[in-house]
Design a protein around this ligand. Structure first.
Ligand SMILES: [Zn+2]
Length: 308
């Protein structure tokens, strides 16, 4: 599972609905506008006295040991798509074998200073809520209360046939029983390259036996939104409401490569709200932002929590 996603399919606009859409978006800033780059001091001036919605991406979790494979230092990767997972049993077997090793790494990670800074800002009523593109649950582990896991969560598994949801922990017990010695044969989890989606990079998966749904025999899938899959509408609506409820939007640690996150920046910008983006490297939302700050996320959030 990617922490960012490609553009999700959208309904084609009829000429009439396109006209309505244009009428409803008169204030959308020019996407080719020059980018307002600035300092953390300027960000603090802009955000002070305003309530915040926060959109977080992989950059928030890198200091917890979960790599950001869209970050400037990350190797290029080809994330699995939903169609590959559903359509190809060999692909699924390979995915589950890798996931069976990788998820335990994610389970052992801990929140970092950035997560904890957001907890303090929420306790003081400054942060109204967090929309995260991460599936690692580190915001919840840190103690943040109002969190929307936009792309799902790594600790749950859903049956594509009967829609029952089970815990990843329970599935781990079944996979261990079906594949005795597999995890041990891979070596220490910490020694394996881990991708953000709990998909450990290992090659010896040919004999791995995935588990079918124990209720109906259907195909199990992590309760994570893959590339090519839509975020559930209800979840998107809650996230928009969170943005609408706040006076400014703070983006932390996301390159906003995909529409699933970028649309919240567009919404806030269209409504004339302050949008501040803190990220290492450029983001696709930069032309829409009031201010962008190129900085480490943990340090920047810690500073914001101390000075806002
Ligand atoms: Zn089932």
């Amino acid at each position: 599972m990617p922490t960012d996603r490609p553009d999700l399919p959208r309904e084609p606009l009829t000429p009439a609905s396109a006209a309505v859409a244009r009428m409803q978006t008169p204030r959308l800033p020019d996407p080719d506008a020059p980018v307002a780059r600035g300092t953390l001091d300027q960000a603090i001036e802009l955000l002070r006295g305003r309530t915040l919605a926060v959109l977080t991406g992989a950059g928030v979790s890198t200091d917890s040991g979960i790599p950001d494979y869209r970050g400037p230092d990350s190797p290029p990767r080809n994330p699995m798509t939903y169609d590959q997972f559903v359509g190809d049993p060999d692909f699924r077997r390979h995915y589950w074998a890798r996931n069976h090793v990788g998820w335990q790494h994610v389970r052992r990670t801990h929140p970092n200073a950035g997560h904890l800074a957001l907890v303090r800002l929420e306790e003081r009523g400054i942060v109204r809520g967090i929309i995260t593109q991460n599936v690692d649950l580190l915001h919840e582990d840190a103690g943040s209360r109002n969190v929307i896991d936009l792309h799902g969560r790594y600790d749950r598994v859903i049956c594509l046939q009967c829609s029952r949801v089970i815990s990843r922990e329970h599935l781990a017990e079944r996979l261990d029983a079906l594949n005795p010695g597999f995890v041990e044969s891979i070596g220490k989890v910490e020694d394996i390259e881990i991708a953000p989606d709990a998909d450990a990079v290992i090659e010896t998966t040919a004999h791995f036996r995935p588990a079918p749904c124990e209720f109906c025999g259907g195909v199990l899938k992590p309760e994570i939104v893959y590339f090519g899959e839509n975020v559930p509408r209800e979840r998107v609506d809650r996230a928009f409401a969170m943005v609408d409820d706040a006076e400014a939007l703070l983006v932390a640690g996301s390159s906003l490569t995909v529409m699933s996150g970028l649309r919240f920046v567009r919404r806030a910008a269209k409504d004339g709200k302050v949008v501040v983006i803190v990220n290492r490297g450029a983001t696709r939302g930069d032309p829409l932002a009031t201010l962008t700050v190129d900085a480490g996320v943990s340090e920047a959030l810690t500073e914001l929590a101390a000075r806002l």
